[in-house]
Design a protein around this ligand. Sequence first.
Ligand SMILES: [Zn+2]
Length: 210
Amino acid sequence: MKFFPIISRRTNYVGVSRIYSYRKYKDEISEDCAFRCVYCDCHCNSFGGHAAMELDHFRPKSERYFPELEDDPANLLLACRSCNGKKRDDWPMDKLGGLTHFEGVGYIDPFESERTLYFHVENCGSFSAKEDPAAYMIEQLALNRPFAVAVRARRILRGKLHAAIDSLAEELRSMEGSSPQAGQLGRIADLLQEANRALRKLELEDCPAL
Ligand SMILES: [Zn+2]
């Protein structure tokens, strides 16, 4: 299962002309960020849709940091309410340094760095740190809060389910017009079992009381 899709910024942001703030860029920023919170990697649908998402000023717009970047779309990222609320004005770097992180502290720009080089996703949906400053970001933004871990765990299970079904279809297609070869029926039974296991876990996640 692929986490943290590679994202890239469009070269020119147009914005919605009737909105007079940085919020006019939300649709374009959302699309550039693949409709996922750039920090916890949860899709906006996990939070009830696009309206529940916020725009994070990567370099904080507060007076003591980068007020001149408030309306600069190239400084905006899509974030869920929880990640954005925790990041706020946290910017441990010296403004003039130009760096976004240093000695394990700070943030990686998701448009500049491939996030999979920094974060590993465990089978249970938790993030673990591969490279600095991932540990700082996990702690600071509470990226392993139960909700985000559960959303990522379901994504992993769905991925396993799709993979098992695809392999099953491929196995069955290869049998077309001929008798099953040695081991083929066993492989099909294993794949069905794998798909069933993933499905049962997903059902338990959705209805834990049952
Ligand atoms: Zn988030």
